[in-house]
Design a protein around this ligand. Sequence first.
Ligand code: AMP
Length: 210
Amino acid sequence: MNLILLGAPGAGKGTQAAILAKELNIPTISTGNILRAAVASGSELGKQAKACMESGALVSDEIIIGIIRDRLAEPDCANGYILDGVPRTIPQAEALEENGIKFDHVVSMEIADKTILERMSGRRVCPKCGASYHITAVPPKKEGVCDECGSELITRKDDAPETVKSRLAVYHKETEPLKEFYRSRGVLVQVEDQGSVEATSAAILKVLKE
Ligand code: AMP
């Protein structure tokens, strides 16, 4: 099964992708996590992406298309995958189509900007494995420590309130038109945020089984 999780920054795509990946036994591919790892390692890719990411702007389509093409060619993607945070623009979606990649479902996670702004201040992420937490909604077992790999959790620089506002503006302008793109291909499903991680994943799994 090939899936896309679409939604504003902070909608909970990473959290839901991790749950769905376990449930469906397919990998999650997050361009945000791949880019953050590149920035942390100081690679050429990381150097190119760093400033865009910190300001809340999008990294160029060319870079993203290259990353995703390489990643989808890896063997663990053979039985399907969940894309988290990609495609984010119409040219990225077109590039996937041009490579013959089709999606069974594109799940648009619907949530008000106001709720996102309230939530983002509590988000913590693992700089090593990319797992994401929330200090009250999805706390790690031990405060400040990743359940998956034991690394110290951090606050993302781009989760500062002013940056979140500009990331939301970028989402509405560049990414939201993808809903129409995938609706016209008959694969869009919209799932309202249910207020808790468990209720939202149950709602997503329900529509995937319909
Ligand atoms: P995310 O973790 O998905 O919120 O991504 C963090 C940041 O990485 C974004 O604000 C962008 O700067 C960059 N990024 C991640 N995925 C993409 C993408 N598909 N297209 C462009 N930029 C991206």
